[in-house]
Design a binder for this molecule. Sequence first.
Ligand code: DCT
Ligand code: MG
Length: 401
Amino acid sequence: WLKGHGLRDVSRVAVLDISWFTDSMREGRPVRVETRHCIQVREPVVRVSVCGHLPLCVCVCACELAESSEFNESKGPCLAFRQAASVLKSLPSAVHCLEAIQGLPCLGENTKAVMEEILTFGRSFKVEEIRCDERYQALKLFTSVFGVGPKTAEKWYRRGLRSLQEILTEPNIQLNRMQRAGFLYYSDISKAVSKAEAKALGCIIEETVHWIAPDATLALTGGFRRGKEYGHDVDFLLTMPEMGKEEGLLLHVIDRLKDQGILLYCEYQGSTFDVSKLPSCRFEDMDCFQKCFLILRLEQGQVEGERGLQMDPGDSRGWRAVRVDLVAPPVDCYAFALLGWTGSRQFGRDLRTFAQKERQMLLDNHALYDKTKKLCLLATTEEDIFAHLGLEYVEPWQRNA
Ligand code: DCT
Ligand code: MG
């Protein structure tokens, strides 16, 4: 199983941080197997997953089943598998039998069936079938391009296209600007971004923002705020101390990045924020703040640490392209935006469900609305929001659901 996931010459395996491990697997990143803190494995490799880390194995399967459901537009099963993966990821110890997971939430019949198959045969035939499925493979490949969603991927698949090369050479396909950038920087932006690279980008963004507005507030959000070692992009939130002063801020930042010669691609979306709109209970809705999706050029010399830039051996460019998201909410919404953009997606989804079901409140990236009192509750910090919800504060590193 591990070899099937790209691990070679496995004799010993260390799983130090379960979420890091599963995220790496899910994102198809090569996993570096550390020999420190090892679980010694001398038997055939497949026994690692069965005997040692059944939850991990099933978690990866659940992620693939979720993805496959998403491609089939089966929203319910997709969410159910994501929730199951999240629960499995959080289990503190190995599981050796189905009885051990009795009573755990969100592990439905389908997930249990996968677990049973793995316990009995060492693998899941259902998941293997999906992995070998031509449509699944094509859609997974196509959606790995920045700017390509499941709908476009499906369209290309239906036209008989199967590889990225075929898409690029098909004369009747008109790529939009974002997709063109996605293809142009594909090998760079499909590589994980490391913590050291995120830190280097943080310095660049901070210098740029503060050069324009010394009193702006800037925060690293997304997976890196949750303490993740790797991410697919780097997310930042910025605001101004006075309401309305954030207007136009991102456009200045974009100009300044352009002047520095490091802006490779930019998609800017102006604010459509309307205070009179109540929080939306539909999580999938994008928030209305001004934001930009960027690709920036990061130089080798800007990244600290012995590993420096994440580059292929033999790549002598001395720089790589990295995806960066900047979001600029007005200061009154800052705490809600920070909570939302810190994620994880699953954590955010669960928090909204909790707010709605248990507290009759609507939470989104803009506000928290109390349906009983018929008013929006103010918050200047994330702590305020948790307090309004009657919950103990949850640190960002504990939000990796
Ligand atoms: N988010 C949101 N609304 C959106 C998109 C994202 O509230 N329309 C939140 C959910 C997670 C967070 O922003 C950051 O998004 P990602 O960068 O996609 O996730 P991540 O947790 O940072 O994961 P990765 O490490 O892969 O970047
Ligand atoms: Mg991110």
